[in-house]
Design a protein around this ligand. Structure first.
Ligand code: SF4
Ligand code: SF4
Length: 98
């Protein structure tokens, strides 16, 4: 008997998928649905790179000239992982728009 969509689990779904426009992730600004914003303190930062490596959206990058990290708010969705991972609390999550 065929299961309805409501009865199906992920194991019932056929493997597969279609990517109609490869390489288009940069077109989608995930930062538009951010409700919290990471606030970075370069004075506290010990340059361990954890935030940069752990950000799922690659929204943090080093500025080698200034020896700081910079946030790309077009793609930072405010998940807070960078703040959670920072060992010295150099990143504080703040409500967006404050
Ligand atoms: S809040 Fe999330 S998406 Fe934004 S920079 Fe930190 S880890 Fe990346
Ligand atoms: S995790 Fe914290 S200390 Fe490490 S580089 Fe990022 S902001 Fe600096």
């Amino acid at each position: 008997m065929t299961k309805s969509m409501e009865e199906m689990t992920w194991q019932d779904i056929e493997p597969g998928g279609a990517i109609s426009e490869p390489g288009n992730a940069s077109c989608y600004h995930t930062g538009t649905w951010r409700s919290q914003r990471p606030n970075y303190s370069e004075e506290i930062c010990i340059r361990c790179w954890r935030c940069c490596v752990m950000c799922p959206d690659a929204a943090i990058s080093p500025d080698y000239e200034k020896n700081v990290f910079v946030w790309n708010y077009d793609y930072c969705k405010g998940c807070g992982i960078c703040a959670y991972e920072c060992p010295v609390d150099a990143i504080a999550m703040e409500e967006e728009g404050k």
